[in-house]
Design a protein. Structure first.
Length: 302
């Protein structure tokens, strides 16, 4: 099966994207992962100034999934650009940057510096606190669109808006960021969750509420892809949430995604991408599918 795909103007050799925050800065992961099987790898989100992140504990198992409350710890864009940026050309996979910020100006500054390092695309991670608003940017169409518009005017690099399944109306957010200039959408980031240790009676994360990822997220993110693809069929989508197998990838494609990100699966199986690609080829042989384009948006009605 031909695994090449397109996200707007971006040509990808594989539909698999290594999800932000699950492959570090990409540079070290490249030594243990199977990035030759991916179309792109996204470096951990970076902000204008250094963010210390939350204290331990920041990760906890949660049923078949995982909770994290890292707080987007990162060294800030100046350190990132000088220490990590120059090493990205040697990792064997196109690298995307990921920008976070507390205001549209912050995002634009980070995006300009990321673009200067030569990243192939920039994800705008809207799942972070909006200092000027009530909650995270990704909950509000207007706040999200302001960020994407600021990034759009700062860079000509392709940009993807990464949205949150916590938004009350993700279609409204998707429409607003597309209108503001996003070239593609990443659906989705983690969904809010929590866990409590019954013995110590303490929350399992220092921040109490964190992001749930892994298999329990898949039906939620898949629903988001279905809704957004139905409303905005021309907007390229990267499906993201709970992908562990070739059939998970096929599900996201049928729902309307053109590419699919793998995140939490890397913690248990750093080389998961190799197996997932093998499973995709097997699916193609068994079902007579020759290209991914035959699958995207191909869900049949009852
Ligand atoms: C430990 C951890 C750190 C993450 N850090 C980021 C990040 O820095 N930026 C971002 O956009 N998403 C981040 N994510 C979210 C993932 O990129 C992905 O959207 C989410 O985990 C859902 O996919 P999955 O179920 O395959 O993990 C993080 C996820 C985990 C588990």
């Amino acid at each position: 099966m031909d695994l090449t795909t397109r996200l707007g103007d971006l040509d990808l050799r594989s539909p698999l994207i290594a999800a932000a925050g699950t492959v570090g800065s990409v540079v070290d992961f490249a030594r243990v992962g199977a990035l030759e099987h991916y179309g792109a790898a996204v470096a951990k989100s970076v902000s204008a100034e250094p963010w210390p992140g939350r204290p331990a504990p920041r990760l906890a198992p949660a049923g078949a999934g995982m909770l994290n409350g890292i707080g987007i710890q990162n060294p800030g864009i100046d350190v990132w650009a000088s220490e990590i940026g120059p090493r990205l050309g040697n990792v064997g996979v196109p690298v995307w940057g990921s920008a976070v910020g507390r205001s549209p100006e912050d995002f634009a500054r980070v995006a300009s510096a990321l673009a200067a390092t030569g990243v192939a695309a920039i994800e705008v991670n809207l799942s972070c606190p909006n200092l000027e608003g009530t909650g995270m940017f990704a909950l509000e169409p207007k706040a999200s669109a302001e960020v994407v518009a600021a990034v759009r005017s700062a860079v000509s690099t392709p940009i993807g808006a990464k949205l949150s399944p916590n938004a009350a109306d993700i279609v409204a957010v998707a429409a607003a960021v597309t209108e503001a200039g996003a070239d593609f959408l990443v659906l989705t980031n983690t969904v809010w969750g929590a866990a409590i240790d019954p013995v110590t009676r303490r929350p399992r994360l220092s921040g109490v509420i964190g992001g749930l990822s892994g298999p329990p997220l898949k039906p939620i993110a898949l629903r988001c892809v279905l809704e957004v693809h139905a409303a905005l069929p021309g907007t390229p989508i990267v499906g993201c949430g709970g992908v562990r197998s070739g059939s998970d990838v096929v599900e996201y494609l049928l729902a309307g995604a053109a590419a699919v990100a793998v995140g939490t699966a890397h913690f248990a199986e750093p080389r998961a991408g190799r197996r997932i690609v093998r499973e995709l080829h097997r699916y193609g042989r068994r079902h007579g599918v020759r290209s991914l384009a035959e699958l995207t948006g191909g869900m049949k009605p009852w």
